[in-house]
Design a binder for this molecule. Structure first.
Ligand code: NDP
Length: 412
């Protein structure tokens, strides 16, 4: 069925770094996004986005205050604005509440990060995949993980599967931030979510099962130096990342799938100290009669990711190295994007991590709202046709290249 009659109405939830970029990019494409509503917990941040967008593009967007954990409040707001799609750029904790409100109002849903319960540092798709039948029955789409990784990395894999290979056997996703923000320690996206992600035990997929290795801050963590295009040699750490979970199910023929991310010694040392003194704990502790969660307190002390753009220099390089077969021959291809922090800041007022997430969120929304992606149910990005999305990446600021490459070693 056709998802929408393309009324061009989008509701963005959240007003952090990623939402800021997505709202800017939507405002730059009035042919697809005719009415934009930004709704978040802190109204002043929505108003600041409204002002900036008016100044830069002469466009008026709407703003509203909403608690996305309050399904009734959210349902009322969706009912009154009547968007074609709700783009969830708040935090993973809100995913299920926003999906519930989308079901109640029969509106399409999209996000950039899978659900994570607040009291457990654990993320997986099962909670959101459980909505499959309900979204199908309503005739609406939920598209999960339309950022860069997950998001573009899933689409790169789908594109490679469709155009470059008969079968992909080895997949390595490499995420490099070679930029410098000038702060002694900061995280590039929400600190709480970031720290929960990088302090967990690492997993990669090999020969049909998950293999565990130590967390990046532990003795014995797996890492190697990779020579990135433009950014050069950077130490890259094996890390568990959510797109691996759906890719190993949806890409047939995979024998191994790994995810790597660069970290500086400075970042890892700060993280080790914070962990050792208990500042990364996610449970409540009593402080002079107040219950506080250390990682939330730490978030309040660290720079807001949305504020890091000023003076941020350098590049991000994110992409997939894939080895597989084409016409009986084994070959390896590397698909990647290079994004510049300073250019991202000039265009949207945020750094490249927010930019590389917010642009694909806007493109994913455009694919659903124009009917280029249609269907009913819950989808991961590699299950949808990659061509229109890949073409839009070139048009909207995240151009990609495909090059020949050496296969990555088995052991590093
Ligand atoms: P921020 O912390 O900068 O922004 C989150 C926003 O959500 C804030 O404006 C916050 O409000 C708002 N929010 C939080 N809780 C609620 C609530 N209950 N109701 C309404 N609004 C709420 O995060 P980022 O912009 O850095 O990240 C946004 C999302 O993008 C995260 O889920 C992150 O995991 C994901 N991400 C995905 C990537 C990918 O490549 N796939 C990469 C990077 C991030 P307030 O301003 O009041 O705090």
């Amino acid at each position: 069925m056709k998802n929408t009659a393309n009324r061009g109405r989008i509701m963005i939830i959240g007003a952090g770094g990623v939402a800021t970029v997505a709202a800017h990019k939507c405002a730059q494409a009035p042919e697809a996004f005719k009415e934009i509503l930004v709704a978040s917990r802190t109204f002043s941040k929505c108003e600041a986005m409204q002002r900036d967008i008016r100044q830069r593009y002469g466009r008026d967007i709407q703003a509203a205050k909403v608690d996305a954990d309050n399904v009734a409040e959210l349902t009322a707001l969706i009912s009154s604005f009547r968007p074609d799609l709700v783009l969830n750029l708040a935090l993973p904790y809100q995913d299920l509440h926003i999906m519930d409100a989308c079901l109640a109002t029969a509106v399409n849903y999209m996000d950039t990060a899978n659900y994570e319960p607040p009291d457990e540092a654990h993320f997986e798709y099962s909670w959101q995949w459980a909505y499959q039948e309900r979204f199908k029955e309503k005739g609406i789409m939920a598209v999960l993980g339309s950022g860069f990784d997950p998001g573009v990395t899933n689409v790169y894999t789908a594109y490679a599967q469709k155009h470059l290979f008969d079968e992909i056997n080895y997949l390595d996703i490499l995420d490099c931030n070679a930029g410098s923000h000038g702060h002694p320690f900061a995280t590039n996206f929400n600190p709480e979510i970031n720290i929960r992600e990088v302090t967990q035990t690492v997993r990669h997929w090999e020969k049909g099962k998950w293999v565990e290795t130590p967390a990046i801050i532990e003795e014995g963590s797996v890492h190697f130096g990779f020579d990135y295009p433009v950014a050069g040699m950077q130490e890259s750490y094996l890390l568990y990342h959510e797109e691996l979970e759906s890719l190993v199910l949806n890409i047939k023929g995979l024998k191994r799938a790994r995810f790597w991310m660069t970290f500086s010694d400075n970042y890892l040392n700060h993280l080790r100290v914070l962990r050792n003194v208990g500042m990364t704990r996610i449970d409540e502790v009593d402080y002079e009669g107040h219950a506080i969660v250390p990682v939330k307190f730490l978030k309040a002390l660290l720079p807001e990711p949305a504020s890091l753009g000023t003076g941020y220099t350098g590049k991000t390089v994110i992409g997939n190295i894939m080895t597989g077969k084409k016409d009986g021959k084994t070959m390896t291809r590397y698909i990647y994007n290079v994004c510049d922090h300073a250019e991202a800041f000039k265009e949207t007022g945020t750094q490249a991590i927010a930019y590389t997430t917010g642009v694909p969120a806007m493109i994913g929304a455009m694919m659903v709202m124009t009917g280029a992606w249609e269907g009913a149910g819950v989808f991961n990005m590699e299950q949808l046709d990659p061509d229109g999305f890949m073409e839009a990446l070139n048009r909207y600021g995240l151009p990609w290249q495909v090059v020949e490459h050496e296969p990555l070693p088995d052991k590093v």
